[in-house]
Write a protein that binds this ligand. Structure first.
Ligand SMILES: [Fe+2]
Length: 276
């Protein structure tokens, strides 16, 4: 477990947020059947059964700093009533300013070969959403003169309506901190990730680079027109001052442009965002 301090200078009265991500709660019980119980046991082990420790660490950090939590998804590892109730308890017991969806929020079973697309997400979206405190696919809230905006890009894509909503938020004129599950493409970051992976797991990777991916990864991660447009908009929008993401299960700081930093936070880390 690790605490990271990240200062963001916006010219506002100082306040803090605690960024947590990828908690991957992995519970299942008889209400979802035997198969889900076995799935839960296997999935808990994938992450060394650390999930409660990570959650507790983020919670304790947030309480000590008197700061709300911002969570960028994969709070649950897969859809089950036990997981959704655990998520609900996380929201009830903490001051959670905002939560976005990760790819796992809508996974019925992880790694079952189902293609993760809009139709797949639609199978569980209403149920999952009913346990979460804000719109999982797009939400915005003002805090201390800062607009906190969360967008679901967990399937490596933005949709045109999300870009329109983002434009409406920027029109308000406040500085924006953007919260995503999947980090956005940056050339050097992509190259570094590709050294040890078959793909970079970033949103908005240009076609000339994704064409080197294995076919299933290409289909999963190929950026469509709306996605590339949204990433370009984010990169060039002066109101968007920093991006916070997860998904990769590592800590990183990457400059997307000369002025726009992207902070990726690991599953066991609590990133204290010091806004000034
Ligand atoms: Fe994750």
């Amino acid at each position: 477990m690790k605490t990271i301090f990240t200062e963001i200078r916006l010219g506002v009265r100082p306040f803090e947020l605690v960024h947590a991500t990828d908690t991957h709660f992995s519970y299942g019980d008889a209400r979802d059947g035997e198969k889900k119980i076995r799935h839960a046991e296997g999935r808990a082990e994938v992450f060394g059964a650390q999930q409660e420790l990570w959650a507790t660490y983020a919670e304790a950090t947030a309480r000590a700093r008197k700061a709300p939590i911002v969570h960028t998804g994969d709070l649950i590892d897969f859809v089950s009533l036990a997981n959704l109730e655990r998520a609900q308890r996380f929201f009830a017991e903490n001051n959670v300013a905002l939560v976005t969806a990760g790819n796992h929020e809508f996974a019925i079973y992880v790694g079952d070969g189902e293609k993760e697309d809009a139709a797949y997400r639609a199978r569980s979206l209403a149920l999952v959403q009913s346990y979460y405190p804000n719109d999982l696919r797009f939400c915005a809230r003002e805090m201390g003169g800062v607009n906190l905006v969360g967008i679901d890009d967990g399937y490596y894509r933005f949709e045109p309506w999300q870009l329109e909503r983002l434009k409406a938020e920027t029109a308000k004129g406040l500085p924006i901190l953007l919260f995503l599950h999947n980090p956005l493409y940056a050339p050097e970051f992509h190259r570094e990730l590709m050294r040890t992976r078959e793909c970079s797991f970033l949103t908005g990777v240009p076609d000339e680079l994704t064409k080197a991916y294995p076919a299933s990864r290409l289909e999963q991660q190929k950026a469509d027109e709306a996605t590339l447009q949204t990433v370009e908009y984010i990169r060039s929008c002066p109101q968007i001052r920093a991006i916070f993401a997860g998904h990769l299960h590592l800590d990183a700081e990457v400059m997307l442009t000369d002025t726009l930093p992207q902070y990726v936070t690991d599953m066991g880390s609590a990133r204290i965002i010091q806004i000034r």
